[in-house]
Design a protein around this ligand. Structure first.
Ligand SMILES: Cc1cc2nc3c(=O)[nH]c(=O)nc-3n(C[C@H](O)[C@H](O)[C@H](O)COP(=O)(O)OP(=O)(O)OC[C@H]3O[C@@H](n4cnc5c(N)ncnc54)[C@H](O)[C@@H]3O)c2cc1C
Length: 340
């Protein structure tokens, strides 16, 4: 029998120290003023009304950073799937654009000290291919679930992170993997920060900086990403769960996406369930523990309402209860698949 009552084992620890809406690298027309691009901007110029006045297409990361320094009003654009939606809806009128699509150094990946160094320009379509799935299965699964094919062909990893939408499918995977970002700044500067710090707003992109690479540990163990949408076919996540096994540390890492402004890590549930896995015997676990893990994760991410003053315990509204059941089912299934 699994230990009973995981839900009553004390307050859950989660990485939700900051509820600030995370990063937006957009600068609106109001912020940039009417002047548009600074003089001397290199590259192609367009004159489309309501769109950027200048489009620069650098071929290296440092050139892109230099272009942003030369045109402080410019906005970087990768696949344009998020940015152009904002332009088309009138929310954004960038005075100038720095296109990242011609920077070949950030469109692939390389191995580095037991890690994969992923270029920010990797598209969802590329990450969904089998060779990438063999490397980082959960990120490949998230990439395959990220919208319809035309979005996956254009949308990039860096854009997904910089947009920091709660429904960004790559984000819970990167949180569970404890990935870090290599950020390129002026003068060839590079700094490295955890993805979770950027998503929590603890460490923002500074003016003129670009996400260059994402460093992901290669764990050589099963990983699962599952997503629930409110409809059939491609759609934004109502809830998503990433579970990765870390056999070297006999650990489980889990992150829940889409239900909060940033991915949530139910750390107590991770530690609790890792102790119930027979790591030396084919990673066996009893089914009751899988069920309890799902409930534990869901209760950690969507806690019970606080008792009222008269001592009665209020109920969540039906929609919240449904979301909590969904998270529980996703977490149970994700761990079950990772261990099977
Ligand atoms: C119809 C539709 C469906 C979608 N469905 C999903 C879905 O199911 N799941 C999902 O996760 N997403 C979905 N998206 C969102 C979108 O496709 C992703 O977020 C995509 O990964 C964004 O990448 P991009 O290259 O197109 O970003 P862009 O639109 O080019 O840029 C987005 C933002 O990131 C900034 N930026 C881009 N690259 C960098 C960089 N290297 N450094 C710093 N800042 C940068 C830009 O300045 C901009 O502010 C959907 C979008 C649409 C339009």
């Amino acid at each position: 029998m699994p230990p009973s009552g995981p839900l009553s084992s004390g307050p859950a620890k989660m990485c939700q120290s900051c509820h600030v809406r995370p990063v937006s690298t957009y600068r609106t027309a109001a912020q940039v003023g009417p002047g548009g691009a600074a003089e001397g901007a290199a590259g192609l110029t367009t004159s489309a009304p309501q769109a950027a006045q200048a489009v620069t297409l650098p071929t290296t990361l440092d050139e892109a950073v230099a272009a942003l320094a030369a045109m402080p009003a410019a906005v970087p654009v990768a696949g344009g799937t998020d940015l152009m939606a904002a332009v088309n809806s009138g929310q954004l009128r960038p005075a100038a654009l720095v296109g990242l699509g011609k920077i070949s150094e950030i469109r692939g990946w390389q191995y580095q000290d037991g890690h994969a160094l992923l270029g920010a320009g990797l598209t969802h379509a590329r990450m969904g291919r089998p060779d990438f799935a063999a490397l980082i299965p959960a990120l490949a699964a998230a990439a395959r679930a990220a919208g319809p094919p035309q979005i996956r062909n254009a949308g990039t990893l860096g854009g997904n992170i910089a947009s920091a939408s709660p429904t960004g499918d790559a984000l819970p995977v990167l949180a569970a993997l404890e990935a870090t970002l290599i950020i390129a700044g002026p003068g060839g500067a590079r700094r490295e920060i955890p993805v979770s710090h950027l998503l929590a707003g603890m460490d923002m992109l500074r003016a003129g900086e670009l996400i260059g690479y994402v460093r992901v540990p290669l764990l050589h163990a099963p990983q699962v990403f599952l997503k629930a949408t409110g409809r059939t076919g491609p759609g934004r996540a109502m809830a998503s769960v990433a579970v990765v096994l870390d056999p070297a540390r006999r650990g489980i890492r889990c992150a829940v996406g889409a239900i909060a402004p940033m991915p949530l890590r139910p750390l107590d549930a991770e530690h609790w369930v890792a102790q119930l896995i027979d790591w030396d015997n084919n990673r066996a676990i009893v089914p009751e523990a899988l069920n309890a893990f799902g409930e534990y994760v869901a209760a950690a991410c969507i806690p019970d309402p606080a008792p009222a003053e008269d001592g009665s315990v209020p109920q969540h509204p039906p929609a919240v209860l449904h979301l909590r059941r969904t998270v529980a089912a996703l977490a149970r299934r994700a761990l079950g698949r990772a261990l099977s």
